[in-house]
Design a protein around this ligand. Structure first.
Ligand SMILES: Nc1ncnc2c1ncn2[C@@H]1O[C@H](COP(=O)(O)OP(=O)(O)O)[C@@H](O)[C@H]1O
Ligand SMILES: [Mg+2]
Length: 467
């Protein structure tokens, strides 16, 4: 038991989430991967977080010097010096010149029951011990079994996979482990994408075979448990829309709805923010507006200006927008699609909005094959639905295929098209709500709707403005 009374764990949030309660000691984890995949980082993190709980850790390295390891890990947020001087970490470097038997001998000499976590980084020098395969297997099995019994905690065995080799050659070591993690890195759209494959985890129902991870300055290794749900979620309670046209055509909306709004590529549809704002005011909701195109300030100003144009006082407009809308922007070309989904999800977790607007969705659509994008998108949507978010995807029409695909996953669609009326360019809208007959609203009808919504905002804002 650690000094703090907390039980041994991985100390990596995502991993603890999916495997935590199953890793009852003695537990042996094999961490495999190519050079640079993050094995040392993962092993050190498990070591460090347990040391912070008061468990003693022994780090046996066959590769790295203490100084080098401590320096790299401190950049990733692990203060190994600190836990070492608190007597909770011991680092040993085994000289490479030793032969395999001597390595084994040295490892067993240092291991003792005072440790709860033992890392061997890496076990490769041991893999050549007896020549014959079956002998090797039973030798290794015995050796590591003994160690894990002595410490009665977590034994972490790191194993190097040479570049180019995808098969593990692990037959032997796989047998001794309770869990087998394979760390991977690949290039996706020019970005380094890391992932963790859980090949085996004794006692745990592992539904996810592979999940994205990241290694970053100050944060170290993070494991992302992707939002995959095996069921399509139920919808939430009905929420009334604020204009007659929308009520007639889209009926009501509810938490968990997906609304797809499409406009011509050479325009923006700024009135949307009014509809959302009045909804947010009435229902006391928060909107997260993620734009792939404009900066948060540009979006905020556009929203405020639109209110001012509709006759609202600037100060009040700013107050209303401030109160209900958070603007963020992400350049979707600065990361891969799976990383984009990861960033958005952590943003959503952090801010916990009721309505999530994805703006200029046509832009990330251009980053990868739509098929890859769609899969991520669909999972993300289901995850947000499950959380009861109202999801609004808004973007320019680019091509028919994308439009159809996005429409298929939406519960409601509003497609705006230019219409010239008495010399003015306005919009007409094709409105469709799941299981209903589509409707084409004219320029006048749309204008009337916006007027109505503005009226609502005025009414809703009245008490606050008098305060
Ligand atoms: N400060 C840092 N910020 C971001 N990434 C880092 C940092 N330090 C190391 N890395 C990344 O972490 C990886 C090193 O992982 P490491 O655990 O040493 O791999 P392995 O032990 O599997 O060879 C490298 O690929 C490197 O790019
Ligand atoms: Mg390493």
């Amino acid at each position: 038991m650690g000094k703090s009374g907390e039980s041994l764990g991985f100390g990596i949030e995502g991993l603890d989430k999916i495997l935590g309660s199953f890793a009852t000691p003695p537990y042996t984890i094999v961490v495999a991967g190519h050079p640079g995949a993050g094995k040392t980082t993962m092993a050190s993190t498990i070591c460090y977080s347990n040391a912070l709980k008061g468990y003693k850790c022994l780090y046996i390295s066959t590769q790295e010097d203490r100084e080098k390891l401590y320096k790299y890990m401190s950049k990733l947020g692990l203060d190994l010096e600190k836990v070492e001087s608190a007597g909770l970490l011991k680092f040993i470097k085994i000289p490479i010149i030793l032969d395999a038997d001597e390595v084994a001998e040295m490892i067993s000499r240092f291991v003792s029951e005072e440790y709860s976590v033992v890392v061997v980084d890496s076990v490769n020098p041991l893999l050549d011990i007896p020549e014959k395969k079956s002998e090797k297997r039973s030798w290794l099995q015995n050796f590591f079994y003994t160690i894990s019994r002595i410490i009665n905690g977590l034994l972490i065995l790191v194993t190097e996979m040479p570049y180019g080799s995808e098969s593990l050659e692990l037959g032997n070591i796989e047998f001794v482990s309770d869990a087998l993690f394979i760390l991977k890195q690949r290039k996706e759209e020019g970005f380094m994408v890391r992932s963790l494959e859980i090949r085996k985890a004794r006692g745990a129902p592992v539904l996810l075979a592979e999940m994205p991870i990241s290694i970053s300055e100050g944060k170290g290794i993070e494991v992302w448990v992707p939002p995959i749900l095996d069921e399509i979620t139920e919808e939430g309670k009905q929420i009334e829309l604020h204009c007659d046209l929308l009520r007639r055509t889209l009926n009501h909306i509810h938490r968990g709805i997906v609304i797809n709004i499409v406009y011509p590529p050479d325009t923006d549809y700024v009135d949307l923010i009014l509809v959302l704002l009045s909804l947010a005011m009435k229902e006391n909701m928060k909107i997260l507006f993620v734009s792939y195109k404009y900066s948060p300030n540009t979006m905020r100003e556009a929203a405020v200006d639109n209110l001012v144009r509709r006759g609202f006082d600037r100060e009040l407009s700013e107050k209303l927008v401030e109160k209900h809308v958070v603007f963020r922007s992400i350049n979707p070309f600065s990361c891969s699609v799976s990383q984009l989904v990861m960033r958005e999800s952590s943003l959503i977790n952090e801010l916990n909005p009721d309505i999530v607007v994805f703006h200029s969705v046509e832009i990330p659509r251009q980053t990868v094959s739509i098929v890859d994008h769609f899969r991520e998108l669909y999972n993300q949507m289901n995850y947000l639905k499950k959380q009861g978010k109202i999801i609004v995807r808004i973007g320019a029409y680019t091509d028919d295929f994308s439009y159809r695909l996005e429409s298929r996953v939406a519960d409601a669609v509003m497609r705006l098209e230019h219409e010239i009326s008495e010399g003015n360019i306005g919009y007409r809208a094709y409105l469709w709500r799941r299981f209903r007959q589509p409707y084409i609203a004219t320029y006048e009808e749309l204008n009337e709707c916006v007027e109505e919504v503005v009226g609502h905002i005025k009414k809703l804002a009245a008490p606050t403005s008098e305060q």
